[in-house]
Design a protein. Sequence first.
Length: 239
Amino acid sequence: MLSDPRLIVGLDLPSIEAARAMVATIGDVVTCYKVGLSLLARPGGVAFAHELRAMGKSVFQDWKLHDIGAQVEGAARAVAEGGCDLLTVHAEPQVMQGAVRGRGDHPTKILAVTVLTSLSQADLTEIGYGFSPAALVERRVRQALECGVDGVVSSPLEAAAARALARAAGRPDFLVVTPGVRPAGADLGDQQRVATPAAALTSGASHLVVARPVIADPNPQMAAARIAGEMDGVEALLA
C-alpha cells in the first residue's frame, strides 16, 4: 500500500489503548502520528508518545504551549530532552522565543500555531481580533520567521502565503503543516478552512495532518493509503 512521510495522522481517540490499537491496525502505511492533548494529558500519555518513537514512528506532540516565555522555555526543554520530532506552541513572539531557547540543540522542530482551522471570520471577530484569518496568519508567519521557529501550522487556505513568506525570507526548509485536510467528498466536521490533500500540497504545505477521515473510517489502513495515493506525485512547493 502507498505511504507518504508527509502524511501525519492525528490519534484523536478516547484512550491510549484505542490509539495503540489504531497504530497497529494502520501498520506501515503511516510513519508519523500526532498525539494531542486528550492523550498527552492522560496517565502514560507522554510515555505512549515515546513508545511510538521507539517503534520507529515520527511523533508530533501537539501541546500548543501558551504561557509566559520562561514557562514555555522550561516545557519545551522537557519535551525536547524526552525525545520529540515536532512540538507546537502558539504563534506569539515571547512564546516562540521561549520555545526556541528551551529546545536548544535538540533536533525537535518547533511549529507555531497561527490560527486554528476551526475558527471562522466571525469567531475571530468575537474573540476581538481586528484581522481576517488570512491577515492574522500572515502577521504570525512573519513573526515566526523572525523568532527562528522551524515552521507553522496553518490552514491549507493560507499555505501559499506562508510558503511565499518563507521563500522571501530565504527559508526553503520552513515547514508549513496543514490540518483541515479532507479527501474529496469527506465530511468537514468542525473544520472551517479546508482543502483536499493535493490542493494543500500544491499550495505550499510540507506536511498534512489528517485525523477523522482515517481513524473514523471502517478501514483506517485503506483510508490512509487512499490519502497517500492522492498525495502521490504531488510535489510540495518548498523552494
